[in-house]
Write a protein that binds this ligand. Sequence first.
Ligand SMILES: [Zn+2]
Length: 135
Amino acid sequence: MKTKQIKNFKMNDVTYKMRRSVIEILYTAKSKGIIIPRINVRIGESTHNYPNVLGVGGNLNIWITETAINRSSDYLLHVVLHELCHAVFNLPHNESCPLMASVLDKPCTNSQAWKIFEGYYYKVVRHATQCAMAS
Ligand SMILES: [Zn+2]
């Protein structure tokens, strides 16, 4: 699993610990009753051509950078939920959404990030139900 924006770290104790902090957020989602499919999580650093990239997400894969993990817990939560919106809900960027804007200036607070994420989740689930009933 590769992306041109982020170079994957080799799996060792340090990488494993960083990955764990991302997976904790997936567990928190589960504890909130949010059902998401299995996600592949990779940890790495942004590559030379993409120095400002914090994370990448798509097709049930997310890459999170060491920078995003080490900045602050709000910062990490923002980046992880943002990438999950791409990876799970297939959402594009939305410059008027505090969570889905393409550039992270100031991270959402913990409660704001979860509120927006849950909003998208229930919107996608409702939409899927409607489509299934119509077919
Ligand atoms: Zn994005």
